[in-house]
Write a protein that binds this ligand. Structure first.
Ligand code: SIN
Length: 276
């Protein structure tokens, strides 16, 4: 493992990696990075100061880039999305618990966020392990969820209060995913419903779905399942959208924040028939 060091951030998710430069990462570095990602759900790499070209190269190691159809692209780099907060903005992009791109038929595998401009305080990103949350469900509820699929929709972008200019042609039909998926690489069962994009369970009305979904959103984001990333200049975080949900903290009103994000394409998600 060369000069790498991996420090777990909390009991259930997150690891801080030191001693690797993504700017000139070798194939073997990237393979270890991917292993760390599947083990910890989110990996944080300080002091990277990634160029847009290196950001794209790291993303392409993981797979094809999934260009986000709602975010503003970085000038000259259409594959990189801006996650920008202006000082006058009240709400921030990603300021509620969510899973990137769960509204797509083959939802994004991972997201790679690179800090470009940070506020003087705040703006941390929280992550919650959907594998740990799934393990902690009672056997009865887990069994019931294993038999359910849920609808996911990008419709919440229609009333964006975070400076995203959602064009009508960007919206797509809702898609169904199992409520508990088996992670395609790590094999772990993970809860796969989220407050931004899941609308209701298949065969259930929205009203019938709401109490159980509300319970699940509170259950899966309990502090015990989470890790908090406190950003530093030049830091990069990579998370697996099937293993974790995330939440951007909007507590730096009056200050600017700019992150560059690339999401990488994933695959259709399979359900779980047995957790044994
Ligand atoms: C996101 O939701 O992808 C953005 C996270 C952040 O800005 O911290």
């Amino acid at each position: 493992m060369g000069n790498w060091s991996i420090e777990k951030m909390t009991g259930h998710c997150g690891a801080r990696l030191r001693g690797v430069s993504l700017q000139n990462a070798s194939q073997s570095d990237l393979i270890q990075l991917r292993e760390a990602l599947f083990s910890h759900g989110v990996v944080v790499l300080p002091e990277q100061h990634l160029s847009p070209e290196a950001h794209i190269a790291v993303a392409e190691f993981f797979g094809d880039i999934d260009v986000n159809r709602f975010f503003t692209p970085v000038p000259d780099y259409p594959m990189i999305a801006e996650v920008r907060t202006s000082p006058s903005q009240k709400a921030v992009i990603g300021g509620t618990w969510h899973t990137d791109h769960s509204y797509d038929p083959a939802p994004a595998m991972c997201s790679i966020l690179s800090a470009r401009q940070l506020p003087p305080y705040g703006g941390d990103t929280h992550f919650a392990s959907m594998a740990a949350a799934c393990r902690a469900l009672s056997p009865g509820l887990r069994q019931m969820l294993m038999g359910l699929r849920a609808w996911h929709s990008d419709s919440s972008f229609a009333d964006s209060k975070v400076g995203l200019d959602a064009k009508t042609e960007a919206f797509r039909d809702p898609v169904l995913h199992p409520a508990i998926i088996r992670h395609p690489e790590a094999g772990e069962p993970c809860v796969y419903v989220n407050g931004d994009f899941t609308t209701h369970f298949e065969g259930w009305s929205r009203e019938e779905s709401a109490p159980l979904l509300t319970y699940l959103y509170a259950f899966v984001t309990q502090p015990i399942f989470t890790a908090r990333v406190v950003w530093e200049p030049g830091m990069v975080a990579i998370w697996d959208n099937r293993l974790v949900q995330h939440y951007a903290t909007g507590d730096y009103s009056g200050h600017a924040r700019l992150m560059h994000r690339i999401t990488v394409k994933g695959c259709p998600l399979e359900g779980v028939t047995t957790t044994g």
